[in-house]
Each structure stands twice: as C-alpha cells, then as structure tokens.
Design a binder for this molecule. Structure first.
Ligand code: MSP
Length: 518
C-alpha cells in the first residue's frame, strides 16, 4: 500500500469492524461503520503505524440458519454465497482490510473451543436450564422488564424485535461475578467506551447488577459445538466476539500476530455495545486475557428521514450510491454530514450539496486553478522553493499544524471534526489565492508569482496527503497531478520538498458536479 512507506515506526495498531450477519445483502448502514474504521486504519498507516485492520462475517446462529432455510439452501451454501458478497462490497468501497474473517473457518472454531475450555477450566461456566425471552433478530436474551406487548406480540423494548419464550438446557457464564470488576474497569479506563451516551448507558446497565449469561443452545445446530457436549452449540455472540482474538492468532499467544492484542479500537454500531462493553471484557478477563482498549459506537443512519428496514426495501446499496455520486464523495459525505457517534440521515440532496460546494468548488477548483496557472505560466514545471514571506507563512503555518490537529480528532473518532479542520485550511487556500492574485503577477512580479504558485503546490500536496484516508482514489489522482511519487505520500514525507523544476502533468478535474435539480 502506497501510504505505508513508513509503516511500523510508530507501533502497532489493531482496529476492527463488527462482523456482519449473513442474513441479507450488505447495505449503507454496514458500509458506514466499515468506512469509518477504514479511515482510522488508513490514517494510522499514513502516520507510520503497523496496522492490522480486521473485518468479516458472522455466519452462525438461528437468524442466519432461518435465512438459509428461507432461501432454500443449506446454511453452508448460503453463507458461502453471501460472504463473497460482503467481501467484494468491502473491497469495492475501498475497505483496506488486512484480514477478512468468516466465523465458519476452522481457525475460528479452534479459537472458540480454546476460549471455552479456558473459561470452563477457570470455573466460569456451569450447566443449567435457560428459561426466558429470546429475540432471534437480535440473537439476544431479554429480561422480563426489557420486553413489552405491541399489538398482541411480545417484543424487546430496545429494538422492537419479536421475542419467544425459550426453555432448554444451557451452559451459563458466571457474569454475575463481574459486576464490580467491570465497574472498576470502566472507572480505571475512562477511554474504554465512547461516545459519552454509550458510556452512560453501559454503566447504568451494569450498575443495576448482572445476571449469569446463557452461552449455549440446544434447539438448533448451526454453530460451534461446545467442547465435550456436542448436543450444544455456543451462543452466537460468544462465537462472534471471539473473532477478534481468532484473527490475532488465538490460541497461539506465542505467535507474532498476537502482539496486536489487545485491539486498539472496536468500531461498532450503538445497538451492540452491551455485547462489546459488558460481555466481551468479562469473557476476556475471566480467560486471563486483556480486554480491548476502546469500543466506539456509531449512531444509526436513517434514509431520507426513515428507518432502514427490509420491509421498506430502502436499505440502500452502497455500490449503487458510489456509482451515482462517486465512491470518494460518498465516503466524504458519510463522515462529514453527521457528527460521528450521533444518529444521522442519509439524504441525496445533502450528498449533492456537499459534493458540489465542498469537494468540487472548494477543493477541486483550488487545485485546478493553481495547477493550470503552473501549466500556463511556468511551462508545467514546479517553481523553485524560496524563503517564505509573511504572506506565505499565513498559508503554510496552518497547513503545518494540520496533521497533529487531524490526528487528535481522529484519535477520538471525531471524523467530521477532522474534516472541518482540513476544510478551514482549504477555505484559507481559496481566500489566499484570491488575495495574492498570481494571475496578475506574471507581468508585474514574475518572481513573486512563482513563489505564490510554489506555496500553492505545497498546500495542495499537504491537503491531498492528509485527505488520502478519507478519499483514497481521488487523492491518489490529485497526488499524481502534483507529481508526488508513490513512495512519498506518507505524513512524514511532507518534510521533504519536491525537487525544483519537477514536471507536472496537465491538470484534470478531480470531482464531477451533479445537477442539483436532477
Ligand atoms: N453480527 C453482529 C455483530 C457481531 S460483532 C462481534 C451484528 N451484525 S449486523 O449485520 O447486524 O451488523 C451490525 C452493524 O452494522 C451495526 O453494529 C452497525 O455498525 C452497522 N449498521 C447496520 N445498520 C446500520 C444503520 N442503519 N446505521 C448505522 N449503522 C448500521 O450485529
């Protein structure tokens, strides 16, 4: 990967997406979390980390089994087909994953069995009977105070998913032992969960006291068998969460890859925080393993103001949207429009608005204007670097401060803020070029004209480098136009100026505007 020229010098970084259920086609909601995680992974590579970026598919459980039956296929055939769709969607929306895990893989079954045995050996598991409410859609158990009656149907209050009364033999994890230890862990690790709303919700759930958790099922077969008792399959969430350590090599904790554990950030949607912030650290601590460093929960997207749902058929296909608007404008929009962590809406009008004004006008025109002037007035060669004047410093000072400011925002997963900080400098570039008027300097002060154009080139190179994680394809094209070699696109390369007189290819528009009325 071109951005990883300096990989490894700043330490390891492990970031994950949720693994997606294979019960339908991938939609824009899945793409949203994955794109955010991808920006984080690419940013860390760009700034010199050795990154391990994991995504994949969650293939077991009753919900997937039911979807396979409805499609007239065996669960294995069904998941083989759909896993390919998720993987190719991830590739086509630019998800730069290092590993794609499927929970039906042997390495994962081995890891689940090893974790189970470790928990059992530590006395954290016992055999009993589960009796209570289960929602297949959420693959979650609910207490009597967490359900209600809606139109004669019992549903989970939190998600609206129908629940069924279930009674079967089951193994339990002694989650009730962990109430105080989890609260102490949250207290000692204030960055463990974000945003603040997630933290509040999880803490109050745990404070209310935890009950032992049913971690096996006997009423269906599509899962990882419980070691030593094959009448049971593991509860799909125990299986699914384990994917994160499987990919890091568990149970081979001596192998090099294990050096990535604990994960730096699990990126998840807000509806699955209980699993990631309560069950997962409890399982890990019980097994003597370190919990992840951070779980970040994004909000939910609606489509033109409406909840995305199968029955409405509005679960938008990210590939069609990428065709319509361009992949990079779509990625930009998703992270720019809604403060990350909040719920937000996907609206075509808003995508077009941002594409036309912020991408095509603010950034695209700045590049086009500057590069055309270099083509026309400097014979397409990069003007020589000279000592910066005060005016140059007004432009280049804020640019130099930008990588640290963007890093700070991205380390909080404040992707919209990072883009806002970058756009402050883009807008500064536009007002600066208008004030410097390089087009009118050709006759009056050609030396100053060259210095102004060189500063603009420095600005554009800095912006394109910093923006690569957000819009990888378009920024690669922009760096090509700026004649920045593929091996010189990391943040640390910004300290090394391009050679004076470097030939620049003729510029071409970076963004395609869309007619707002269409
Ligand atoms: N398989 C579990 C996760 C296991 S992780 C160990 C699961 N899968 S899922 O297919 O339902 O995907 C859920 C994730 O997709 C959410 O957590 C969220 O990240 C993303 N989203 C799905 N719909 C979404 C929206 N409408 N809006 C935003 N994100 C959404 O849960």
């Amino acid at each position: 990967m071109s951005e990883s020229g300096t990989a490894g010098t700043r330490g390891r970084f492990f970031v994950t997406t949720p693994i997606y259920y294979l019960n339908g086609q991938p939609h824009i909601g899945h793409a949203y979390t994955s794109i955010a995680a991808d920006v984080l992974a690419r940013w860390k590579r760009l700034s010199g980390h050795d990154v391990f970026f994991l995504t994949g598919t969650d293939e077991h459980g009753q919900k997937v089994e039911q979807a396979a039956v409805a499609a007239g296929l065996s669960p294995q055939e069904f998941t083989d087909r759909l896993a390919g769709d998720f993987r190719s969607m991830a590739e086509r929306i630019g998800i730069s994953f290092d590993d794609f895990i499927r929970t039906t893989e042997e390495r994962h079954k081995r890891s689940c069995a090893a974790l189970w045995e470790k928990l059992a050996a530590g006395g954290h598991i016992y055999l009993g009977h589960y009796e209570g409410w289960y929602a297949v859609r959420d693959e979650a158990f609910y207490g009597p105070d967490e359900i209600e009656d809606r139109n004669g149907q019992k549903v989970a209050i939190a998600s609206g998913a129908p629940v069924e009364w279930t009674r079967e033999p089951s193994y339990f994890f002694r989650l009730s032992d962990w109430t105080d230890r989890l609260l102490a862990f949250y207290e000692a690790n204030p960055d463990f969960m974000a945003p603040a709303s997630t933290r509040r919700e999880v803490v109050s759930f745990v404070r209310a006291g935890l009950q032992d958790l049913s971690i096996s099922r006997t009423s269906f077969k599509w899962g990882v068998p419980v070691p030593g008792d094959e009448a049971h399959v593991m509860y799909v969430w125990l299986d699914a969460l384990t994917n994160y350590i499987t990919a890091a090599g568990y149970p081979d904790t001596g192998a090099d890859r294990w050096g990535f554990w604990p994960a730096d950030v699990h990126m998840v949607g807000k509806e699955i925080t209980r699993f990631h912030c309560v069950y997962w650290p409890a399982f890990l601590m019980a097994a003597g393993l370190e919990p992840p460093k951070r779980v970040y929960a994004n909000g939910w997207l609606t489509i033109e103001g409406q909840k995305m749902s199968k029955s409405l058929g509005n679960g938008l296909d990210p590939l069609l949207l990428a065709e319509e608007f361009g992949l990079d404008p779509l990625r930009y929009y998703l992270l720019r429009e809604v403060p990350f962590g909040n719920d937000g809406d996907f609206s075509r009008r808003a995508v077009v608005g941002r594409l036309n004004s912020e991408l095509a006008n603010d950034l695209g025109n700045l590049a086009q204007r500057s590069l055309s002037l270099i083509q026309r007035n400097c014979e397409g060669r990069l003007p020589a670097l000279t000592a910066p004047t005060e005016a140059d410093r007004e432009l280049l000072g804020p640019l130099e401060a930008l990588p640290a400011a963007v890093d700070e925002a991205i380390s909080r997963q404040a992707f919209g803020e990072a883009l806002e900080r970058i756009w402050t400098v883009v807008r500064l570039g536009n007002s600066w070029i208008d004030a410097q008027k390089p087009w009118s300097l050709k006759k009056t002060d050609p030396v100053r004209m060259e210095a102004v154009l060189r500063s603009l080139h420095t600005l554009l190179r800095g912006l394109a480098t910093i923006l690569q994680p957000f819009m990888p394809g378009t920024m690669a094209a922009m760096l090509d136009q700026l004649a920045v070699g593929e091996g010189a696109r990391g943040l640390s390369d910004l300290a090394t100026p391009l050679a004076d007189g470097t030939a620049l290819p003729p510029p071409a528009p970076l963004f395609r505007k869309i007619d707002e009325a269409a």
